[in-house]
Design a protein around this ligand. Structure first.
Ligand code: NAD
Length: 371
């Protein structure tokens, strides 16, 4: 290789991936702490003339960073599918491509949403607490409490992109009925195939009831679902005709059934947490399971930690994609680390004939399209 590319990674994406880059002759510096580096340090590293910056969802990447890398920074490679921390307009103004890691975390994130739903609805956490606190004094048909089944219930999947569709597939296996909502992308082929699968399962005696799946307007999905699971990107007002910031607020939470549960492993600011806490305290809904928050890590004084709602509020530390192969595999078809470095390599080594619009993991292709 003629040029030795210099890379700064704001976090360790796994030693195997870093070693792969080093084996190609890259000079890679990895920020050693588990916490995010201060922005000042990222600016410093970019100013020093690095060719590539590996980032995660906790790094604010905006005009200040791109200005520091003007003429030197060639690519930002994000180790996540969501890229709401990267200012796309700023990247485009400086004509710097950024990449992300779609697909490889789809199944892990979808199954985590499913598991959160089960833990919440079947009250697995208060049930284990009961035992651990030595309060399990008897077997009784309904005391001290009961959970709610998932099987046979109706789920609303909000956002039928990669993760939403993967969740749909899993819910079909649990004999659930499915309401789908997505203002920008309706995949009717997929939904029809799931309906065929549901009909076959019923026809062959595998499922007792004949389950159904359909696209409906947002408000209908909220009004009729027993579970509502969110799978949208964070889109702030002005970024989309259908922004998702505070999509779940007092007005929309009040549309849900009082027996319904909310699941969110997309992005925290999609849910107005003040409204959600009110909904849980005042029993507008039956419960919520969250993996993501308006502010991360979740502040110690967050009202979501209120002991009064602990039985119906499950909280996880932005953990949905945190599975071994998903996070660390260097195979770009299996792991985020692999897909992250492949996106970086594609740009730096001018793969695809150097045509950025053909590189699969580049997000902001629009700015490189020849007019
Ligand atoms: P995707 O782009 O394939 O799907 C998102 C879907 O949301 C699209 O179909 C889009 O049309 C739809 N959408 C946009 N605006 C909407 C609106 N107002 N209402 C309903 N739907 C709307 O993305 P994906 O790969 O499925 O990932 C979804 C999001 O999940 C990511 O953007 C990321 O923020 C989040 N995520 C979180 C974790 C985690 O660890 N918790 C892991 C992976 C992804």
């Amino acid at each position: 290789m003629e040029k030795k590319f210099r890379i700064f990674a704001t976090c360790d994406i796994g030693s195997d991936a870093v070693d792969l880059l080093r084996a190609r002759g890259y000079d890679v510096e990895v920020y050693p702490q588990p916490e995010a580096p201060p922005k000042k340090l990222i600016v410093e590293k970019v100013t020093s003339g690095i060719d590539g910056l590996i980032t995660t969802l906790r790094d604010p990447i905006d005009a200040e960073i791109f200005e520091a890398g003007k003429n030197t920074l060639k690519v930002v490679a994000q180790d996540a599918v969501g890229f709401d921390n990267i200012n796309r307009a700023d990247a485009n103004r400086y004509k710097i491509p950024f990449t992300h890691t779609p697909d490889v975390l789809t199944e892990a994130t979808a199954e985590f949403a499913f598991f959160m739903m089960g833990v919440l609805a079947r009250k697995m956490w208060p049930a284990e607490q009961l035992l651990r606190d030595n309060r399990w004094g008897y077997w009784h048909p309904y005391l001290p409490f009961l959970g709610d089944e998932v099987t046979g219930k109706t789920i609303a999947v909000i956002g039928t992109g990669r993760i939403g569709l993967a969740l749909i597939k899993k819910c079909a296996g649990f004999d659930m009925n499915i309401l789908c909502y997505d203002p920008a992308y309706e995949n009717h082929n997929y939904i029809n195939a799931i309906q065929e699968e549901m009909s076959l399962r019923h026809g062959r005696g595998i499922s007792r009831e004949k389950n159904w799946i359909k696209y409906v307007p947002f408000e209908d999905s909220l009004r009729h679902a027993d579970f509502v699971s969110i799978h949208v990107p964070l889109l702030r007002p002005g970024e989309s005709p259908t922004p998702t910031y505070h999509l779940f607020n007092e007005r929309t939470l009040r549309m849900m059934k009082p027996t319904a549960f909310l699941i969110n492993d997309s992005r925290g600011p999609v849910v107005d947490e003040v409204a959600l806490v009110k909904a849980l305290r005042e029993n507008w809904i039956a419960g919520a399971a969250l993996d993501v928050y308006e502010k991360e890590p979740l502040p110690p004084d967050s009202p979501l930690r209120d002991p009064a709602i602990v039985d119906r509020c499950r909280l996880y530390p932005h953990f949905a994609s945190a599975a071994r192969i998903t996070r660390l595999s260097t195979d770009p078809n299996k792991g985020m680390a692999g897909r992250c470095i492949q996106g970086l390599i594609d740009v730096l080594e001018s793969n695809y004939g150097g045509d950025i619009t053909k590189m699969p993991y580049v997000v902001n292709k629009e700015v490189f399209a020849k007019s």
